[in-house]
Design a protein around this ligand. Sequence first.
Ligand SMILES: *[C@@H]1O[C@H](CO)[C@@H](O)[C@H](O)[C@H]1NC(C)=O
Ligand SMILES: *[C@@H]1O[C@H](CO)[C@@H](O)[C@H](O)[C@H]1NC(C)=O
Length: 176
Amino acid sequence: MAIKLYLLLFLAFFTFSKADLALLKLKPKEIQMTVYFQDYSGGPNATVVEITGPSHGLLSFTKFGAIFCTDDPITKGFEESSAQIARAQGIYVTSALDGSNTHVLISIVFINDEYKGSTLEIQGTSAQFERVREVAVVGGTGKFRLARGYATFETLSYDHASHYALIQCNLTVLHF
Ligand SMILES: *[C@@H]1O[C@H](CO)[C@@H](O)[C@H](O)[C@H]1NC(C)=O
Ligand SMILES: *[C@@H]1O[C@H](CO)[C@@H](O)[C@H](O)[C@H]1NC(C)=O
């Protein structure tokens, strides 16, 4: 009796579509990937711009409320000439009063043969001046439907003159 009532309540509150139920029965697959963000925060081919307008020409990463738009090439290897497999498209906002954290909202938009058209959604706060930053993978589309996981970001090198940063990104993702 109690079980029946529980089931009725359960069915009343959760109405999954048939497709959702089919997905829930599947075992999630885990993937691990190391990729590289080729990031130019200045110069003629900048891949990051400040939406709010930089105060002195340089991007104000430490200014609370500064908003940036990015479209970084993502490569398979660390060399800039390495095969491009995706783009990192999105925005981030300096979200800590003292400028230490940025809030990241970025889609990894795949363009390689294996995952073309699929995306991973990266969202969360990033301790932007730490050596290693960790941000959640909160979802995905295409081959990464219902994805969840985490991504670490480590800046391997930065060149002041060309504003070029090489960022290693390790993705650990469960998806169906
Ligand atoms: C910017 O991109 C153009 C076109 O791809 C290229 O010819 C030029 O060398 C690049 N400039 C720099 C400073 O990387
Ligand atoms: C990311 O993966 C690479 C290659 O496996 C590894 O050398 C590196 O230490 C990892 N970075 C982090 C922050 O875990």
